[in-house]
Design a protein. Structure first.
Length: 324
């Protein structure tokens, strides 16, 4: 009888330990399921507006996802953060993801805003004698190397039967480029919003060319792309879908509340309301999955950069787009 009792006690103890182990493992699983979405953003654009409004954080928290916002000075640095894993999602223009893909970054295109060809331009000082693109021959033109405006400059020159060899190109980031432009150290500046709007309103800069030709046709698209770490995108497609939905909701709100949106950007950008209102009016409205046409146009930009030896190898844009 005692032997049977001992056996029973051993069975109960083993069963109890098994239940306890299962509970502990379940607790570990729950801890492992805690997801954090690190979003890389810049001072201007839809993402800082979304951050300021706070709706995405609330929506994702209800789904058990924490959001951490990480600020970057520009698209190339943001995509480097994506490449090393410090962020899983972010926004950049056409050029940075091309350079990142050429450097074997493991990114994927998630969505894009419509083209905004009027949101970047080639400008000259208000008292400049330069009246046309042809007048740029032999002149110093400053821009951010490898950015969207690099492609704009190529297309503007091409439309006027000129090449980079016909001008003196100076490569500087926006803040340094503005300083050189103000001092008269350069003759022209190729720049995007909101720096473009600031140059117009604060410096009286004159537009010589923008992303649209004289007959109204687009020279460039100037897309804004939303990108993600490939592993994160493959593992959590529903989270990215929620983010894209919020981006769409936000663009609709911005279209109807432009001044309110501009006010949300005043503090992070340090720019006045008038400048931000102008730049927001030129922003592409709506966020869409990457279409075949957009992929084709992005491939065209990548090929142009390769031809100019701005990237070391040809890349395939479609290889960075997840199959639906």
């Amino acid at each position: 009888m005692a032997r049977n009792t001992s056996k029973s006690l051993l069975k109960i103890t083993a069963l109890s330990l098994g239940i306890a182990s299962t509970m502990l493992l379940s607790g570990c699983d729950k801890k492992q399921e805690q997801i954090t979405l690190n979003i890389g953003y810049q001072k201007y654009g839809l993402l800082p507006i979304i951050k300021a409004r706070g709706d995405l954080d609330k929506t994702l928290k209800e789904k058990g996802v924490n959001v951490k916002w990480v600020e970057f000075p520009a698209g190339p640095q943001l995509l480097e953060g994506l490449n090393v894993g410090s962020v899983s999602f972010g926004e950049a223009g056409e050029a940075p993801p091309i350079f990142a893909q050429a450097a074997n970054a493991n990114l994927v295109y998630v969505a894009n805003q419509p083209s905004a060809p009027l949101a970047e331009a080639l400008v000259v000082p208000k008292n400049s004698a330069i009246k046309s693109v042809q007048d740029l021959k032999g002149k110093k033109v400053v821009l951010n190397k490898g950015s969207n405006v690099h492609h704009l400059l190529l297309k503007v020159l091409e439309a006027n039967h000129l090449t980079l060899a016909d001008i003196d190109v100076v490569y500087l980031p926006p803040a340094d480029a503005r300083a050189a432009f103000e001092k008269g150290a350069v003759d022209a500046w190729v720049i995007w919003d909101p720096f473009f709007a600031a140059a117009e309103q604060q410096l009286g800069a004159k537009v010589i060319a923008n992303g649209q030709s004289a007959d109204g046709k687009k020279l460039v698209n100037n897309y804004q792309f939303y990108l993600a770490d490939r592993k994160f995108a493959e593992k959590y497609p529903d989270i990215l879908k929620t983010v894209v939905n919020e981006l769409n909701t936000t663009t609709q709100w911005v279209a109807q509340h432009q001044t309110d949106a501009a006010k949300l950007l005043e503090k992070p950008t340090g720019l006045p309301l008038g400048v931000l209102n102008t730049s927001i009016q030129r922003m592409g409205s709506g966020v869409h999955p990457i279409s075949d046409e957009v992929a084709k146009e992005q491939q065209y930009v990548a090929d142009a950069f390769y031809q100019q030896k701005l990237i070391p190898n040809k890349i395939n844009i479609k290889a960075a787009i997840l199959a639906n």
